[in-house]
Design a protein around this ligand. Structure first.
Ligand code: ADP
Ligand code: MG
Length: 480
């Protein structure tokens, strides 16, 4: 296969790399670091990435050289032997062109000029991170699961600091569009109010800067910089939840900005009240403006998002393939984009083969498998499945009747709720309208019986499979 380091291909590589990373922080780091790359090219059997300083070579090589190489191999470019970072002097620099049309631009390194523009426009706030070019309101598809968050974001963008939505706190599961909405506010303000200074950062970066300032005895400067900001966008604040020292600083900076009617927008993967380890005065503050949730998109919204994203690839993806993706990839929008990217990459590389549903099925086999493990089961789904299996009602499971025909299903449901969800013991207790101790006892009872009762093991195994999980999920998750 001949390698053309097109931007579409590069985008696929970056996106796939991000997909393989386990945490939001690591994915965000890719966005930030990769925006610093000056060029990428294939030289013989090497991929050479140009950066401006040796320190970047030292930082990026151990972190990304092998993972990037693996992604190239996964995409079928097995002839690539090495991914190397090299310092490019200005004369050698091959700028990353702003490719149009692009594949999906989820993790595109920003073209140098627009990156500069963002930084320049928000002058005096050197810590701002580049906004993703495509995270605009125009590219955001609204539907019932996000319309409230969407309108709140739009209202804030139109009148930063002038609405009662201050701060605006956007929360929800991963990959549901929080960062996109937050950056859309940034884009809008930079365009409509060029005199306002906008700072987009993550809680992790904020924390790192704070620690650096502390070590360099430079705190006044740090504070000053943030206090000059008109619109402060802080992504993923759950990161500061259990870090006491930074909360203090955050609280002070936050108060000051609010005092001057500066607009603050925050995102988090949980609601303010669920930010574990966060001081109450801070979560109280977070709730003083407007708290909005983004939820999982419905089938219709998933299809609408897919259509919109497919359109921007300038490839005609058959409707049945789009519907297949929307039906089978349900966890979050990032996964949906990943699936679309996979089929579009196939189309790019195999222009002569028409994309059939059969091929799409094959291409997406792994992603759909993975879906099952991403999707968090609810306690209700588990109760329902257990009840159906044993031929009892949910009300029987929730009752306190102690006949053995009800005790077993009830305890199995408790056991599986703890093993197959991320819910805590108190949350499960609430869902079962029982005490902590009852849940704990029920789980231990099942665990003991599983060792000696083949029938019970078979039942639990079958229920687990019908919930889309496998018996090994029970072993790896040792919540007891
Ligand atoms: P989060 O910050 O909630 O984890 P992101 O904002 O990073 O999620 O969104 C993940 C991906 O899904 C992004 O590429 C984003 O553009 C896309 N996305 C999410 N929701 C929508 C939507 N409603 N319309 C268009 N794209 C969306
Ligand atoms: Mg995000």
């Amino acid at each position: 296969m001949e390698v053309k380091p097109t931007d579409a291909l590069w985008n696929s590589v970056v996106s796939q790399l991000k997909e393989s990373l386990p945490t939001e922080e690591e994915r965000n780091r890719v966005d930030r670091f990769f925006a610093l790359f000056l060029s990428h090219e294939v030289v013989g059997d090497r991929v050479v990435i140009g950066v401006s300083e040796q320190i970047q070579v030292d930082l990026f090589t151990p972190r990304y050289a092998v993972p990037l190489l693996n992604v190239f191999h996964d995409l079928g470019f097995e002839n690539i032997q090495e991914v190397a970072f090299e310092v490019k002097t200005t004369a050698q620099t091959i700028p990353v062109p702003a490719p149009k049309p692009q594949l999906l631009k989820t993790a595109t390194p920003m073209p140098a000029e627009s990156r500069a523009a963002t930084v320049q426009k928000s002058r005096g706030i050197p810590s701002t991170m580049p906004l993703h070019e495509e995270y605009t309101f125009a590219n955001f598809v609204s539907g019932p699961s996000n319309s409230f968050a969407h309108s709140a974001a739009l209202a804030v963008a139109k009148g930063p600091g002038r609405t009662s939505y201050n701060p605006l706190f956007i929360y929800g599961g991963t990959g549901l569009g929080k960062t996109h909405l937050m950056e859309a506010i940034g884009h809008y303000v930079l365009e409509k109010y060029p005199r306002l200074s906008v700072c987009f950062t993550t809680a992790e970066t904020f924390l790192n800067e704070y620690v650096n300032a502390l070590m360099n005895k430079d705190l006044p400067n740090f504070r000053e910089r943030y206090r000059k900001v008109d619109l402060l966008l802080i992504d993923d604040v759950q990161f500061i939840a259990d870090k006491e020292k930074i909360q203090e600083e955050f609280f002070n900076t936050f108060n000051e900005l609010m005092l001057y009617h500066k607009q603050v927008v925050l995102t988090s993967d949980v609601a303010p009240k669920d930010l574990k380890g966060c001081e109450e005065r801070l979560t109280g503050r977070f709730q003083q403006g407007m708290v909005v949730e983004v939820e999982s998109p419905s089938y219709e919204l998933r299809l609408a998002i897919l259509k919109s994203k497919a359109q921007s690839t300038h490839r005609i993806v058959p409707d049945d393939v789009l519907a297949y993706i929307a039906k089978n990839i349900t966890s979050h929008v990032r996964a949906i984009e990943g699936a679309l990217r996979r089929v579009v990459t196939f189309m790019e590389l195999n222009a002569a083969i028409p994309l059939s549903l059969e091929i799409a099925r094959h291409l997406l086999k792994d992603s759909i498998e993975q879906e099952k493990t991403i999707k968090d089961l609810t306690v209700n789904e588990i109760m329902q499945t257990v009840a159906t299996y044993y031929g009892v009602k949910i009300s029987d499971i929730l009752s306190s009747q102690r006949t053995q025909t009800l005790v077993t299903p009830r305890q199995v449901a408790m056991f599986l709720s703890r093993k197959l969800t991320t819910k805590s013991l108190p949350e499960i207790a609430t869902a079962f309208t029982k005490t902590h101790a009852t849940i704990h006892h029920g789980m231990q009872a099942i665990q003991k019986r599983l060792d000696v009762e083949n029938d019970l093991r078979k039942a639990v195994d079958e229920i687990t499979v019908s919930l889309g999980r496998s018996f090994s999920d029970l072993k790896t998750n040792d919540n007891l």
